[in-house]
Design a protein around this ligand. Structure first.
Ligand SMILES: CC(=O)N[C@H]1[C@@H](OP(=O)(O)OP(=O)(O)OC[C@H]2O[C@@H](n3ccc(=O)[nH]c3=O)[C@H](O)[C@@H]2O)O[C@H](CO)[C@@H](O)[C@@H]1O[C@H](C)C(=O)N[C@@H](C)C(=O)N[C@H](CCC(=O)O)C(=O)O
Ligand SMILES: Nc1ncnc2c1ncn2[C@@H]1O[C@H](COP(=O)(O)OP(=O)(O)OP(=O)(O)O)[C@@H](O)[C@H]1O
Ligand SMILES: N[C@H](CCC[C@H](N)C(=O)O)C(=O)O
Ligand SMILES: [Mg+2]
Length: 485
């Protein structure tokens, strides 16, 4: 593609060299440059891409987009100085891949928890309604039914626009994606045209990255601020920041809630480990989901579907046919009569929601045994809170490893234990080995008890010292169940 055509949509403050040249590849990683590439130098969280401009040129880059021009300029290279390289990368990727989001009804979901659930259920619903649809999610990306491995909750701009272009080429009319706060902050979604945006909730997460809740809120809010007037913005009116997210949006505002006035209102009529009977607006709907938090998720799904043109009755009927996302409140019945729940809860609020749901069903008649850890190289502040949530709402707790990554597992466990009183610690088991921790919970459980294995959900790996080992909570449980038969 001609460079002049590519840079039409980005603000260029200064051009040095000939920009009427053909570009063979758009890249932001100097290690992937090929001859004729346009290299975009972005300031990262670990290093500054500007330090790799010369390396990119040595590998054949013939054009460079950067915020700061290098001291030594090459006569064979076109330099384009811009105010924000990350923003420019998003716009360039949008253009490079043929502006795919213009040819899709693209809906983004943001918030601390519920993004994967809502985006995946919308994708399922639109497939069931006969549409060709795509999904970008933490668990997996899909182009119609074709699975593409997910490296992130929200991919980098090149991978993101490449996947969207693949969806267009595959005949997709709708695409649903998660918009993480990192993605908004790093401008991975720059240039995308959204038909709608959904806000789930804002509670503690990613403080290791955003450092303050205010920064975290601002990152998510920017997603709504940037929406076009013809888009819809659907927010959770139960969340205290629900309308804060929408206060500067130009989009059409709508809300959903279980506890207050809203465009899409719902509540639980009945609940068991098999599912719930809900009242949504003036209709009763039976769904194979559990927990008040899932009522919110399902209201967002139904609301967005209706705003996208699905008749209300059809949208609500479809809710009954949807199936839970892998690793989100997955109930496994043991041969000896206890139930094990595998769930992805890895924030204090998520753990609180899941344990509240379990206790609403168990009602104190049986034991609730929780196995939980915290990820390494992630928010340390949440660790004592996670332990406290687990101990407060469980009869037994086993603290263990999640993805230790580059940290010492015992250091993470000790950070968690710091949230407990002496008495609470005395009643809490710690086992660094996650498999042993899950097995111990199964050995402790009696018929009717509930085990919650929290934090990893769908993950089939455990990251230890940079190595991704195979590990799957569900597999460990099913292996133990075999010993009970
Ligand atoms: C902390 C973080 O978000 N990092 C993301 C970020 O990388 P970075 O800024 O750290 O990159 P860097 O290493 O500092 O490099 C800066 C720049 O120099 C360039 N570079 C670097 C080295 C070199 O030799 N040559 C070169 O050109 C890099 O290509 C980059 O453009 O931009 C990269 C490209 O988009 C991402 O792959 C990377 O995700 C890392 C791997 C990551 O783990 N991110 C997690 C925290 C994340 O994004 N999580 C969210 C939310 C998760 C959730 O809540 O579900 C997600 O959306 O997945
Ligand atoms: N609406 C909600 N409110 C609070 N907790 C929720 C909600 N929906 C799901 N959860 C809890 O949070 C966990 C993660 O859910 P989900 O994967 O849908 O969130 P997410 O926003 O995609 O998370 P991540 O940011 O890690 O990708 C679930 O396993 C459940 O414990
Ligand atoms: N079990 C994972 C859950 C968080 C994954 C994702 N939300 C992220 O922050 O990368 C961990 O804590 O390591
Ligand atoms: Mg997710």
């Amino acid at each position: 593609m001609n460079l002049n055509e590519l840079i039409t949509h980005i603000p260029i403050n200064q051009t040095i060299g000939n920009s009427d040249i053909e570009i063979t590849r758009l890249e932001f990683d100097s290690r992937k440059i090929v001859s004729g590439s346009l290299f975009v130098a972005t300031r990262g969280t670990a290093v500054d891409g500007h330090t790799f401009i010369s390396a990119a040129i040595e590998k054949g880059a013939t054009a460079v987009v950067c915020e700061t021009l290098p001291e030594n300029l090459s006569a064979e290279v076109c330099y384009l100085q811009t105010g924000n390289s990350a923003e420019a990368l998003g716009q360039l990727a949008h253009c490079w891949f043929g502006e795919p989001s213009k040819h899709l009804t693209l809906v983004g979901v943001t918030g601390t928890n519920g993004k994967t659930t809502i985006a995946t259920l919308l994708y399922q619903l639109f497939l069931k309604e006969g549409f060709s649809a795509g999904l970008l999610s933490t668990v997996c990306n899909y182009i119609n039914e074709r699975a593409v491995e997910a490296t992130h909750t929200t991919p980098d701009p090149l991978e993101l626009n490449s996947l969207l272009a693949d969806m267009v080429e595959s005949g997709c009319t709708h695409a649903f994606m998660e918009v993480s706060s990192h993605a908004v902050d790093q401008r991975r979604i720059a240039g995308l045209e959204f038909a709608g945006a959904i806000f789930t909730n804002l509670t503690r997460d990613h403080m290791d990255y955003h450092h303050t809740v205010e920064n975290y809120l601002k990152a998510k809010k920017r997603f709504f601020d940037d929406l076009a007037p013809e888009a819809f913005a659907l927010t959770n009116a139960d969340d205290k920041n629900g309308f804060v997210m929408l206060q500067n949006t130009k989009a059409k505002k709508f809300s959903y809630a279980t506890r207050t006035i809203a465009d899409f209102k719902g509540k639980i009529i009945e609940e068991s480990f098999e599912g719930m009977l809900l009242q949504i607006n003036e209709h009763e709907v039976s769904v194979p989901f559990i927990g008040r938090f899932n009522v919110s998720n399902l209201l967002a799904v139904a609301g967005a579907a209706i705003l996208l043109g699905i008749p209300e009755i059809e949208a609500l009927q479809q809710l009954s046919t949807l199936h839970p996302v892998s690793g989100r409140f997955e109930a496994l019945r043991s041969p000896s009569g206890y139930t094990a729940i595998v769930d992805y809860a890895h924030t204090p609020d998520a753990l609180n929601n899941v344990l509240s749901t379990i206790n609403d069903i168990v009602k104190g008649k049986n034991e609730v045994i929780t196995v939980v850890g915290c990820g390494g190289n992630r928010d340390k502040g949440k660790r004592p809170m996670m332990a406290k949530e687990a101990v407060t709402a469980s009869t037994k707790v086993i603290i263990t490893s999640d993805n230790p990554r580059d940290e010492e597992p015992m250091d993470i466990i000790n950070d968690m234990l710091a949230g407990l009183s002496t008495t609470e610690k005395r009643h809490t088991l710690t086992l660094v080995n996650r498999e042993q921790a899950i097995r111990a919970a199964c050995m402790l459980a009696k018929p009717g008890d509930v085990i919650l294995v929290a934090g990893k959900g769908h993950e089939d790996y455990q990251i230890i010292k940079g190595v991704k080992h195979h590990f799957d909570d569900k597999e460990v449980l099913l292996e133990f169940f075999k010993t009970e038969q």
